[in-house]
Ligand binder design. Sequence first.
Ligand code: GRF
Length: 198
Amino acid sequence: MSPKRVAILLSGGGSNMLALLDCMTGDHPARACLVLSNNPDSGGLKRAAARGVPVAAVDSRPFKGDRPQFEAALMQPLLEAKPDILCLAGFMRVLTPGFVDQWHGRMLNIHPSLLPKFKGLHTHSRAIEADETDHGCTVHEVTSALDDGPILGQARLKILPGESAENLAARVLKFEHQLYPAVLRRFSGGDKRLVSLA
Ligand code: GRF
């Protein structure tokens, strides 16, 4: 069977994107076909291009909040690259149901919390402020509700006494780099069983 084609969408530095690229070698059942950003200046685009992966940018700023128009533009490079799977990896635009529904069951996201806890932003400081003992990250299928959808994998760690949000974020990010590749490997082989890392 030919490998699944994966498009990775990002907005920033792309450390998760690199972890995904690094895993898609050898007998892995997926290969990257595109790295796509809403930010033409994102470091992730440069890092992907340096790896020889096709890249594209659709600058979200000129669309001034017109999400359907932005998403129509975003679809063009995707239609050309023909991905089987989309991986959101720090893609900081909220997608409308009109876009999400077209990729139903084929779009993944990584979120830096143990969903369903702490949807949205500032997850690390919110977990500390809530006196949580555990924190972590989640890979889930994307549905039209923000940071929702079937959970495919979670990595869990203990919050240290007095830990800063920055330190916690750095520790969670290392887990993200293990979790996302592990979930993508299973998912691209058609296996949706939960991946648990601790
Ligand atoms: C990660 O923390 C991810 O969980 C969140 O955005 C961040 C992206 O980081 N969705 P990077 O660009 O992959 O380094």
